[in-house]
Design a protein around this ligand. Structure first.
Ligand code: SF4
Length: 231
């Protein structure tokens, strides 16, 4: 089995409910979306990065874990890692045997591919992609299907920009509520990039109140790694 890996590195998780935890990141090349606020553009092309066999990837993971013995979690990120779910399935099998925890960061549009690895994953960070940041594209059905397939170990992350509308935000909240109102719901104010501006603090507060009316576990967590000045 071979695949495209953009980079591998050890750092501290900067997003979501596990922010602050040291992890080994495996960043896959390629993505099926084109979000306005993407901060990993260089890895979105399917031919970026290195072509590696799963044995080569495992060897590099082993070396990095040996150098960083306190790291107990491997994060599969991208790009969109689930585009290479067969490769991830090979890697997760090995990692599970070694008792390493597995974290997957996904755009939540490839539910069928997630099925290949679902039973081995310890935590899924699923983005809800709003039309205001995806060139008008909607993924409600895909997101709902994904949430239903993984609701035990999943949290959702929703990036909020100056263009986020109340209507689409409410739709996202209602979708999560219909699946399970206990799913952690992380509101992530965008780190301004290119032509994407940050959400106003008063709007962030207003959105939080909307979410809290329907969901039990709502939090606001910015991209902490950007604030800490790390990768
Ligand atoms: S899904 Fe992630 S990697 Fe793909 S374009 Fe959107 S932000 Fe970038």
């Amino acid at each position: 089995m071979i695949g495209r890996i953009f980079e591998m590195f050890v750092s501290v998780q900067g997003e979501g409910i596990l922010a602050g935890e040291q992890m080994l990141f495996v960043r896959f090349s390629g993505c099926n979306l084109n979000c306005d606020y993407c901060d990993t553009e260089e890895c979105r092309h399917a031919i970026s990065g290195r072509l590696l066999t799963h044995e080569e990837i495992i060897r590099e993971i082993e070396d990095m874990l040996a150098q960083n013995p306190s790291v107990g979690t491997v994060s599969f990120t991208g790009g969109e890692p689930l585009l290479q779910s067969e490769l991830i399935a090979e890697l997760t099998q090995y990692l599970k045997e070694k008792k390493i925890k597995i974290y997957v960061d996904t755009n939540g549009t490839l539910c069928d591919k997630f099925a290949n690895i679902a039973s081995n994953v310890d935590c899924v960070a699923m983005d809800i992609k709003l039309p205001s940041a995806s060139g008008g594209m909607e993924f409600w059905e895909e997101h709902k299907k994904f949430l239903l397939s993984a609701c035990e170990n999943i949290f959702v992350k929703i990036v909020l920009t100056s263009k986020t509308t109340v209507d689409e935000f409410k739709k996202a909240v209602e979708m999560v509520e219909r699946v399970n109102n206990l799913i952690p719901f992380v509101m992530q104010p965008v780190t301004p990039i290119k032509k994407v501006d940050g959400i106003l603090p008063e709007n962030l507060e207003r959105f939080k109140k909307i979410a809290e009316k329907r969901l039990k576990k709502v939090s606001i967590i910015p991209q902490m790694h950007k604030k800490w000045g790390i990768k």
